[in-house]
Structure formats: C-alpha cells, structure tokens
Design a protein around this ligand. Structure first.
Ligand code: NAP
Length: 285
C-alpha cells in the first residue's frame, strides 16, 4: 500500500453507488506501490444526481482519471469530451482518462473479460459464443468480442420492453464489425440448446446465480468441449460453473475479468502494465 502521499500525489478514484465494497482501491494502490507510482486510488459513494459535480471536481483537481461503476457507466457520458470506439458502440464508460483537462471515456469491462480468457489460454477469436444477458456488462463483452474477431454471437435476453433496443444495439455492432449477431428469447429452450450446441464458449452475464443456487441453462445442454464462464465472482462457483465442472468442461468465474478490466484502466492512466500475477496473489487469493 502506498503511504508516501505528498503534495504531488495524483488522485485516481472510483465513483459508484455503492462503491465501498469494491476491490479496485486495493488492486490499484498495490500496483502503484509495487511500481513506485505516485498515485492514490480512493472510492467515492455518490448519489446519482451528483455525477456532473463529481466529474467537474475531478477535472478541476487534475485527477489523472477515474473508474465508474453502477449506476454511472452511461450517465457519465454527457460530461466527457470523447469516447473510445468500444465505449461509443456500447454506450458504456467504466474508465475515464484526463489528458490535460480533456476527458476520454473508455470501457475496459469487455477487454477485461477477453483478457481473462487469454489468461487461461482460451482463444475464442474466429469462434462462436452464446451470451446470456444484455445489461451493461454483457454489452461491453459483446462489443469487445465482436471487435476482437469472434465470428458468431448468440445473445439471449428476456423478451421484455428492452428487447427491441437490444436488437438495434446488436445491428449496430454487426454493422461496425465482422461478427454475425443473433438476439434470441431467453425463454426459448430449443434455441438455447441449439445455440450452445454450436458454440465454443458460453457466458453468463446476467445476475442469475448471484443470490440463488440456480442457472439459466440446463446441465444437459453443457458438454465437455464447451468453455463455460460466469462473470459473477461472488459466489466463486455459481450453479452454472458447478454443472460445468460436473460434466468435465473448462470453466472460469468473473474474478479475473475484474482484475483485467482494472489492469486495462491502470495502463491507460499510467502507461505501465499492472503486475497482474503479483496482484492476483496479494488481492485475489
Ligand atoms: P445489468 O446491467 O443490471 O444487467 C443484468 C442483465 O441480467 C440484464 O440483461 C437482465 O435481463 C438479466 N437478468 C437479470 N435477471 C434475469 C433473469 N431472472 N432471467 C434472465 N435474465 C436476467 O447488470 P450488469 O452490470 O450487466 O451486471 C450483470 C452481472 O455481472 C452482475 O452479477 C454483476 O455483478 C456482474 N459483473 C461482473 C463484472 C466483473 O468484472 N466480473 C463486471 C460487471 C458486472 P433484462 O435485460 O431482460 O432485464
């Protein structure tokens, strides 16, 4: 932990509601301490209507940058100067970089997810994936997967009021990338089984599995050569991952997505690679 705070120390932070539970302060402060970088990372729990004031203040204080978590990933956008391509496509920002007073918005959730796959030597480029959910995290993952060269994506979502918006979002991503994207009804078990049968990777990006020991996917839809991942990290083994383990499939939870989205943000701010192996030991074991 960096305790050498001086008048030169630059502020990095997280804005969220809630924010205090986050692992980001521990992760970034450890990384700064290991590399001898003069930053201090704090977490601020602010009310939804305070986002504009918070962004203005951080700009005034000359903060090098900040992270956003729920509920600010979209509502921060009007207060920024420019967005990265991925951020623009999925209309989500989790990292802001201050370049001489100009604020650039990025989304590193999708990068973090793709890097967490690379970290366990799983390469989905050119392959097919089934993605469950169409919330902020799912959109960021889908965008990055499409930008990185995943060939076909089956996106399952509840057929509710936001279904058509998800279809429009998928059409936008499809137009901007080479990925073929189908948006399907989560309640359609036949389609789900078919899609998983064709996929190399299954990703749960919904909240299902966090509070209860349940899964949106029947165990018999899984198979040994399917890679199964859940972006939930608490609990570390959701019902979906337990089922994957039982059928002998490779599986991964969301812990290292969290690590690698932070690592990508860290590099944008500092220009240096986060020492992720050391951070795994110090903050994730
Ligand atoms: P979000 O924007 O609220 O989206 C939640 C999604 O889950 C929505 O698409 C929603 O469907 C779907 N959903 C919720 N309950 C469902 C149900 N019973 N059946 C089917 N679909 C259901 O949340 P988010 O920010 O994307 O986060 C989603 C999960 O990812 C959370 O558990 C969060 O903790 C985790 N997460 C992990 C990381 C990481 O770094 N590992 C990062 C971000 C988020 P509708 O669209 O139909 O409403």
């Amino acid at each position: 932990m960096n305790l050498n705070i001086s008048g030169y120390t630059n502020l990095l932070c997280l804005l969220g509601h809630p924010a205090q539970h986050s692992k980001s302060p521990a992760m970034h402060n450890e990384a700064c301490s290991i590399l001898g970088l003069d930053y201090c990372y704090l977490a601020f729990d602010i009310e939804p209507h305070e986002i504009e004031t918070a962004v203005k203040s951080l700009r005034l204080f000359g903060s090098r940058g900040f992270n956003l978590t729920m509920p600010f990933k979209e509502s921060v956008i009007p207060y920024l100067d420019e967005l990265s391509k991925a951020s623009y496509l999925c209309q989500s920002v989790n990292t802001v970089v201050n370049e001489n007073g100009k604020l650039y918005g990025h989304t590193t959730d999708g990068i973090g997810y793709m890097d967490s796959l690379r970290d366990v030597d799983f390469d989905i480029r050119g392959g097919k994936m089934t993605l469950l959910g169409a919330g902020g995290a799912a959109k960021s993952i889908l965008t990055q997967a499409a930008l990185d060269g995943v060939k076909e994506i089956f996106l399952f979502k509840r057929k509710n009021a936001s279904f058509q918006d998800t279809v429009s979002f998928a059409e936008r991503i499809q137009k901007e990338t080479n990925a073929k994207i189908m948006v399907l009804d989560m309640a359609d078990e036949y389609e789900l089984k078919q899609a998983i049968g064709k996929s190399d990777l299954l990703v749960n990006a919904t909240n299902v599995g966090m509070e209860e020991d349940i899964s949106l996917v029947k165990k018999e839809f899984l198979r040994q050569d399917l890679f199964v991942s859940d972006i939930i990290y608490h609990p570390s083994m959701t019902r979906l991952l337990k089922d994957a383990k039982e059928v002998g499939a490779r599986y991964l939870n969301g812990e290292y997505m969290l690590l690698f989205q932070g690592a990508a943000a860290f590099e944008l701010w500092t220009g240096q690679k986060m020492p992720t192996e050391e951070i795994k030991k110090r903050c994730f074991s």
